[in-house]
Write a protein that binds this ligand. Structure first.
Ligand SMILES: [Zn+2]
Length: 69
C-alpha cells in the first residue's frame, strides 16, 4: 500500500514497523508536533480562550457552592 507523508508529501510504502508512520521520518513527525504545539500556544494565549477559561472557572465555583449550601 502506498501513501503520502502528510508533512512532505513523499510517496511511501506502508510499513507497519515504521515507528514514524504516517510520516516518512522522525524529522517530519517531530516537525508536525512542533507546529501543533505552536498552534496550541497561540490558542491558549488568545482572548477568546481566556473568556472560555474564566467562564469554566465560574461554572465550577458555582457547582462547588451548590454543594456547600
Ligand atoms: Zn515526510
Amino acid at each position: 500500500m502506498k501513501y503520502k507523508c502528510p508533512k512532505c508529501q513523499t510517496e511511501l510504502e506502508w510499513d507497519s514497523k515504521n515507528p514514524n508512520k504516517p510520516f516518512c521520518s522522525e524529522r517530519c513527525k517531530n516537525h508536525d508536533l512542533v507546529a501543533w504545539a505552536n498552534e496550541e500556544n497561540k490558542f491558549a494565549g488568545s482572548p477568546e480562550w481566556d473568556d472560555v477559561m474564566s467562564g469554566e472557572i465560574e461554572a465550577e465555583v458555582g457547582r462547588q457552592q451548590d454543594k456547600l449550601f
